[in-house]
Design a protein around this ligand. Structure first.
Ligand code: GLP
Length: 247
């Protein structure tokens, strides 16, 4: 795992947007699986600014989302489709055929998982899988568990994640209890993985990632130790007591 340490979230946004642009320069038809959450927002803002300023051709890139709440209308202000559309896809004017988004309102969620797996099968793997890091080490909505589903599946959202995500809703009761999430097989098949984390709340999970070496379903991010192209971009607050070790 490679670590990049940034002064603050703004610098992280700058660096991560460059990493995404490098990937698109390398392969203009890149298949990008990108996250929601508060951490990637500065990266998306820089990405949109740079694409516009450089008149960068992004028209061949395909975008996928890695998870989605279940049971929300697709145009709900907290659906991940709404988030990605507002932050990335609409500002970059990505055409509908290049937006591969999970549908939160499919009355048959199992069918939605199968549909998503077929979409992934068509491309074989993501060129880039980017995500934030859950405070409990979750990746997408692969929560600490006794086993992992390999592919896109219906996931129960842990209480601690619902509490962490409640800040986006008016009350905890409104936070969905289930989501659709890509599974570890497709995450691990990705050619490159970028994880981002900022703020002191992420320092304990980063410390655990650095200080332990085992791979366990109790700590989902630990599986990424087996991937050979993982870059973790952190700000100084997320490094916490590991700052000296990481710089
Ligand atoms: C949600 C998403 C994760 C993301 C996490 C971190 O739970 N399902 O994919 O990594 O939020 O969010 P934030 O960046 O706001 O800390």
């Amino acid at each position: 795992m490679k670590f990049i340490i940034c002064e603050n979230p703004a610098e992280l946004g700058e660096i991560v947007s460059e990493l995404i642009l490098d990937q698109i320069r390398y392969n203009p038809s890149s298949k990008l699986c990108i996250p929601t959450g508060s951490t990637p927002i500065p990266a998306y803002q820089h990405l949109v600014q740079k694409v516009k300023a450089l008149d960068f051709d992004i028209s061949h890139v395909h975008f996928y989302n890695l998870d989605e709440y279940l049971g929300l209308p697709r145009d709900h202000e907290q659906s991940y489709q709404t988030f990605l559309s507002q932050q990335v896809l609409d500002p970059l004017e990505i055409k509908a055929s290049h937006r591969h988004l999970l549908r939160s309102d499919n009355p048959n969620p199992q069918e939605e998982c199968i549909r998503n797996n077929k979409e992934i099968d068509e491309i074989k793997c993501f060129d880039l899988f980017m995500d934030g890091i859950g405070e409990n080490g979750h990746i997408a909505f692969n929560e600490p568990a006794t086993y992992f589903e390999a592919r896109t599946h219906i996931a129960d959202i842990s209480e601690s994640t619902r509490i962490a995500n409640a800040r986006f809703f008016s009350s905890l009761d409104e936070v969905p209890k289930q989501a659709i999430s890509v599974g570890f097989e497709d995450i691990m098949k990705s050619k490159m993985i970028i994880l981002v984390a900022t703020g002191a709340k992420k320092a304990p999970v980063i410390k655990k990632l650095i200080s332990e070496t085992n791979i366990t379903c109790d700590f989902p991010i630990s599986f990424l130790r087996m991937h050979n192209n993982v870059t973790i971009v952190l700000d100084k607050l997320a490094c916490g007591s590991c700052l000296d070790q990481l710089t």
